[in-house]
Structures are given as C-alpha cells and as structure tokens.
Ligand binder design. Structure first.
Ligand code: NAG
Ligand code: NAG
Ligand code: NAG
Ligand code: NAG
Ligand code: NAG
Ligand code: NAG
Ligand code: NAG
Length: 218
C-alpha cells in the first residue's frame, strides 16, 4: 500500500524559506598576524606582515549574506586594525576597522571581527588601516560570490584570479613611517609587487614573479 504523496502548501512554503535561508552561512577564520623577515620579495631585509605565514594574506571566499568571523591574533609589536575595504557594514560601522570607529588590537592580544556581507556581490580587499602597516603587507583578497539563484549578466568565468597590485619599499615600513614624521617629502616606492611577488624584468632582485596560466580562447 503506497502512502499518499501529498504535501500541504504550507510545508512547501516552509521548505522554500529553508532553502533560501540555508544559502547564507557563517565563515570562521583564525588569523595569526606576524612578521616574517625572510620573505624578501625584492631581496632587501625588511619586516613583511603575514597572516598565518602567508603574504599576501588568505582569500576570504564568501557569498552574498554570509557572516564572516575573523579572530585576529596580533603577534606584531604594535597595534593592528583591519579594514574590509568595500564591505558596506550596514548598521555595523564599528566593525569597519578604521581609526575612530574601532579600537586597534593590542600586541599579544586577539579580537574577533564579525560582519555580514549583506546583499553584496564582487571583489574587495582587506588591509591594516593604521600607521602605515599596509606598506608592509597584511593585505589580501575578498570575493563575494553571487548566490546560485541570483543571475549575473555574464557566463560563469572559466577561472578566477585575485590580483593585488601595489607599491613596495626597499626598507622597513617603520623607517619610511618615521621619515614621514620628520619630512613632508613622500618617499617614492621602489617597486610594484603583484600578489606579493616582484617585477618580472628584475628577476635578479625578485625571488619570483607572478604567473597566471590561462587557456587560449577561453
Ligand atoms: C603566531 O605566529 C608566531 C610566529 O610564527 C608564533 O610565534 C605564535 O606562537 C603564533 N601565535 C598563535 C596564537 O598562533
Ligand atoms: C569560493 O566559493 C565558491 C562558492 O561557494 C566556490 O564555487 C569556489 O570554488 C570557491 N573558491 C575557492 C578558491 O575556494
Ligand atoms: C581570542 O581567541 C580565543 C581562542 O580562539 C577565543 O576563544 C576568544 O573568543 C578570542 N577573544 C576575542 C575577544 O575575540
Ligand atoms: C632604497 O631606495 C632608495 C631610494 O628610494 C635608495 O636611495 C637606496 O639606496 C635603496 N636601498 C637599497 C638597499 O636598495
Ligand atoms: C610621529 O610623531 C608623533 C607625534 O609627534 C608621535 O606620537 C609618534 O610616535 C611619531 N611616530 C614615529 C614612528 O616616529
Ligand atoms: C638586475 O636587472 C636589472 C634589469 O635587467 C638591471 O638593470 C640591474 O642592474 C640588475 N641588478 C643587479 C644587482 O644585478
Ligand atoms: C602554469 O603551467 C605550467 C606548465 O603547465 C606549470 O609548470 C606552472 O606550474 C603553472 N603555473 C601556475 C601558476 O599554475
């Protein structure tokens, strides 16, 4: 005897709500932020700020409406504040990590950022927002993927790469920072790095340069 296959309409509605709700999830990250003096992206001895040993820092790969929890351990010798550049922080400005809305994390302590990536899609980045620390690293990519049922006006990409391109100095960010205090002259950066790697044509100075493999025609 087959049981009658009958689902009341209210059950279908509850199921639909559950499917939509369950697409938003919590992302838990533990970050240990410390110095690495041996990375030497362009051969000079200088502190590089790493996250769990990585420079640039790890990808935050989120989807729309995900809630991100980042427990940051500050293993540097000075205060540290992260900003999540482009994340709107609706009704949540104290998580934005800019001086004045959010206190820096003191050395040898930890603090957990919690923010929802409400209704957003796109590529963003994070970096230390105070005291010139971003010149030494601590930055990384944020991707906010669209939910499967939100269509985007282009086909699914064949592959995705994060590109972090920025200035780099040939000495410690602390020296550059002190110099900014005593002089109005802005010291020009010495190089550009792509994803933490040095310039292609100065391979004698750079340990390695960034390579992105693509498939012809795709
Ligand atoms: C963070 O990394 C530093 C350097 O590798 C290490 O000495 C320290 O114990 C780590 N701290 C935590 C909380 O993992
Ligand atoms: C990022 O998340 C999306 C959506 O969940 C997934 O399709 C993709 O494989 C993830 N990418 C990485 C590098 O983890
Ligand atoms: C610091 O880290 C510990 C261990 O992961 C965690 O239990 C605690 O909640 C964190 N403290 C803050 C203020 O985030
Ligand atoms: C670093 O760059 C400055 C110019 O900005 C230059 O005077 C100095 O010699 C360079 N030092 C090294 C170690 O390359
Ligand atoms: C820069 O100057 C300010 C104000 O005089 C001082 O508090 C700070 O310690 C100085 N910072 C550095 C890195 O010299
Ligand atoms: C490294 O290569 C560049 C470009 O070829 C050249 O101008 C520079 O003199 C080289 N530096 C050293 C230290 O060999
Ligand atoms: C790119 O492809 C070459 C040849 O297959 C391979 O040796 C190299 O490791 C690849 N590089 C990256 C960054 O995937």
């Amino acid at each position: 005897m087959a049981a009658p296959f009958l689902i009341p309409q209210c059950a279908i509605l509850v199921l639909a709500l559950f499917v939509i709700r369950s697409t938003s999830s919590d992302i838990f990250l533990d970050w240990n932020v410390s110095f690495d003096f041996n990375l030497k992206p362009v051969s000079t001895y200088q502190p590089v700020i790493t996250i769990n040993g990585m420079f640039p820092g790890p990808l935050i790969n989120a989807s729309t409406n995900d809630i991100v929890h980042v427990n940051v351990f500050n293993s540097l010798d000075e205060p540290l504040l992260f900003t999540w550049n482009g994340i709107e922080q609706r009704l949540n400005s104290w998580q934005d990590g800019v001086s004045g809305t959010n206190c820096p994390i003191q050395p040898t302590t930890n603090w957990t950022y919690v923010f929802e990536i409400k209704d957003q899609i796109g590529t963003f980045s994070y970096f230390p927002s105070i005291n010139f620390l971003k010149a030494a690293g601590g930055f990384g990519p944020i991707r906010v993927n669209n939910l499967p049922f939100i269509s985007v006006p282009f086909p699914k990409p064949e592959a995705e790469f994060d590109l972090l391109i920025g200035d780099w100095y040939n000495s410690s960010y602390k020296d550059i920072r002190s110099n900014l205090n005593i002089s109005d002259d802005v010291i020009s950066p010495n190089w550009m790095l792509i994803n933490g790697k040095g310039p292609y044509l100065m391979n004698n100075l750079s340990k390695s340069y960034e390579t992105l493999n693509v498939t012809q025609g795709n």
